[in-house]
Design a protein around this ligand. Structure first.
Ligand SMILES: [Zn+2]
Length: 410
């Protein structure tokens, strides 16, 4: 028994010695981190192999990219609402061009429930329509900015709940698929900005220019984008072409000076150039109108559209820019009262919502090749998985009908 135990110890000792072999070898090669890997019961050899012959890093294979198209079976058309001032007092009543915040919230809820989501006016004019599937497009514009009741920032730099833009911002936080895009038509030369809100009253106090500039910058950074409504809100039919030109350029200049005040003049790059006519009044002469058509922003951007407006009884929708009845010089808007909201709700079956067509996986170098995308669209239509219609894929727009797939834009 005693011999047997001794023999067992010998066997164990030999086993440990053999186990030490690789350890020493590795130590001699200087791979000290692997030493612990050969302790009994661990899988030393595999780790040793991995360490001794490091696997070269393979060249990364590009991940295939999934492409999805937004498909419209009819030409997209959008209602554009026009707001002005907001009455933030509890229990306020809306009138003419002032909307109570409770009515505004009611408008938003009502339109959201009817399936509408906001799209950006400048994107629409560029033919880019970004909507969650199944949602219908809606554009909201506000005129005559900047007033505190329209856009104020609170002490945290967030849009204040006691302003129209803030109300919309908070609605969007609770309903992200409503999206957040706004066009703000401003006149810089006819008012001060109330930067203080106390006991339900807006007041102009020291630092109002700075506060206004911060609010504007927040807007641009969050797609509540300023656009030109002429410096002093004039009747254009009473101005000479030179005066009209001055009204536009002075307004643009003042906005850029405001951005410079808060060190954010770079935000002017990329601003759209869209005009809204004060009182929906055109210049009296052709020369005056030509000033509008030819006007360029300080960054050299040509005018993308001129906005008009009407009451709900004469409401018109704006078709997508590739439609034959699109007219960029007469973009219709609807004065945003309950009648307009009810009308837009009633149109929900006429205002088409896009569908989604999954085009499959693409080699990343092929996602910018329209020919590849067109082939994928045709294949999906042929096998019945996607409908004919307008296909929007990244920045491309294609038309797919019984004649095949053609590229419309760019
Ligand atoms: Zn106006």
């Amino acid at each position: 028994m005693k011999h047997a135990r001794c023999f067992l110890v010998m066997i164990l000792f030999l086993f440990m010695l053999s186990a030490c072999g690789p350890m020493l070898a590795e130590a001699g090669l200087g791979f000290s981190p692997v030493l612990h890997a050969t302790r009994p019961n661990e899988q030393g050899p595999e780790l040793r192999i991995a360490t001794l012959t490091p696997t070269p890093t393979p060249a990364p294979t590009p991940e295939p990219v999934k492409l999805t198209a937004t498909v419209w079976q009819a030409i997209p058309r959008v209602p554009i609402l026009m707001y002005h001032r907001f009455d933030v007092q509890p229990g306020a009543t809306s009138y003419a061009y002032t909307t109570s915040l409770s009515d505004f919230e009611g408008h938003l809820s009502s339109l959201y429930e009817a399936g509408y989501s906001l799209v950006s006016l400048q994107d629409w004019l560029d033919g880019k329509i970004d909507l969650p599937p199944g949602r219908r497009p809606l554009i909201i514009t506000i005129d005559d900015l900047f007033y505190g009741d329209q856009l104020s920032l609170d002490e945290n730099g967030e849009p204040a709940i006691y302003s129209g833009v803030g109300t919309l911002w908070h609605f969007y936080q609770n309903h992200p698929d409503f999206q957040f895009h706004l066009s703000l038509f401003y006149n810089f030369g006819d008012k001060q900005y109330a930067n203080t809100y106390q006991n339900g009253v807006f007041l102009v106090t020291d630092g109002w220019r700075q506060a206004r500039a911060e609010a504007i910058a927040w807007g641009i950074e969050h797609d509540a984008v300023p656009a030109n409504h002429f410096y002093r809100h004039p009747f254009l039919n009473q101005l000479s072409p030179t005066q009209i030109e001055w009204e536009l350029s002075e307004n643009d200049k003042a906005l850029r000076e405001a951005l410079a005040l808060v060190g954010k003049e770079a935000l002017a790059e990329g601003l759209p150039n869209i005009l809204a006519l004060p009182y929906v009044v055109w210049p009296a002469t052709e020369a005056g109108k030509q000033v509008l058509y030819d006007y360029r922003s300080p960054e050299g951007v040509p005018v993308a559209a001129i906005l008009e407006a009407d009451e709900a009884t004469n409401a018109k929708l704006l078709p997508a820019p590739f439609s034959t009845d699109f007219d960029r010089w007469h973009v219709p808007r609807i004065n945003a009262r309950w009648g307009a909201i009810d009308l837009i709700r009633s149109l929900k079956d006429e205002i088409s919502a896009p569908e989604i067509c999954k085009l499959g996986k693409f080699d990343p170098s092929h996602t910018e090749r329209p020919k590849r995308i067109m082939e994928a669209i045709q294949a999906r239509i042929t096998n019945g998985r996607c409908p004919m219609g307008l296909y929007m894929v990244n920045d491309f727009i294609f038309q797919a009908d019984s004649n095949g797939v053609t590229q419309i834009s760019p």
